[in-house]
Design a protein. Structure first.
Length: 253
């Protein structure tokens, strides 16, 4: 059988060795799972009853978090979409431009939002604006790479057909490739929007405002009944964005 070829056995040994090494270096031990019940008991005894009286304040903070995530991901899409055509080998005009764009996107993608946030909070001050910029910069790198790969995988037939009837190069690219990839572009965008909501919460820990900052304050003050409401609001935001994304994708497809 193909699975018993020597190279696959070598791969299996490598995976086993990496797993063993990772478990040792992280202190991972299956025997510790019995302590998971302590976490459940902690939540059951300290998180209830939920502090519903904070709902108006948390709703306002949730809207700030939603705005940060939306602006950061939406502006990133607007910037990444044209750049991605320069980062795709089948639409880039010159190998140097292709390499430069790819390298720039990799650089932006390699820096986590929290690092951008730490720098921008120091430079621009506390508040949601640095959080928006942090999400924007990182998502340009992520969306630029994802969309450029969609462009490279697009069917070249419609583009060649438009060129044969006299369309210019960029008109052919725009009207033959973009309709093919648009549903997947939206899918990637809404996924990054969901990720941006969770990221904006982390950025709130360093002064980015919104729901994350309240969550951080509630944890530090041992106000666990408020933390429970924070978690409910976070879940609600992600679920709402997921439903909206699914609806938009169905309408477009």
């Amino acid at each position: 059988m193909a699975w018993f070829k020597p190279k696959y056995l070598i791969y299996l040994l490598i995976v086993i060795a990496l797993t063993w090494w990772s478990m040792n270096i992280t202190g991972f031990d299956f025997r510790n799972f019995y302590r998971f019940g302590d976490a459940i008991q902690f939540v059951a005894t300290r998180f209830f009853p939920i502090e519903w009286s904070l709902f108006p304040r948390l709703l306002e903070a949730s809207l700030v978090t939603l705005a940060v995530a939306f602006l950061g991901s939406f502006f990133a899409l607007l910037v990444a979409l044209p750049i991605s055509f320069m980062a795709a080998h089948n639409t880039s005009r010159h190998p140097f431009l292709y390499g430069l764009t790819r390298t720039s996107l990799s650089g932006l993608r390699s820096v986590p939002e929290i690092v951008f946030g730490l720098i921008l909070v120091v430079a621009l001050g506390l508040g949601p604006f640095p959080a928006v910029l942090a999400i924007l910069l990182h998502n340009i790198g992520v969306l630029g790479k994802l969309i450029s790969e969609l462009i490279e995988a697009a069917d070249p037939g419609p583009q060649e057909a438009m060129k044969t009837v006299g369309a210019t190069r960029w008109v052919a690219v725009l009207f033959s490739i973009l309709p093919q990839i648009w549903p997947n572009v939206l899918s990637h965008y809404f996924y990054r929007f969901e990720v941006a909501i969770r990221t904006s919460l982390i950025l709130g820990f360093i002064g980015g405002g919104g729901l994350g900052q309240l969550l951080f304050n509630h944890f530090n003050s041992f106000y666990y009944t408020a933390v429970a409401l924070d978690i409910i609001m976070i879940m609600a935001l992600v679920i709402i964005v997921d439903f909206i994304g699914s609806y938009v994708r169905k309408r477009v497809i």
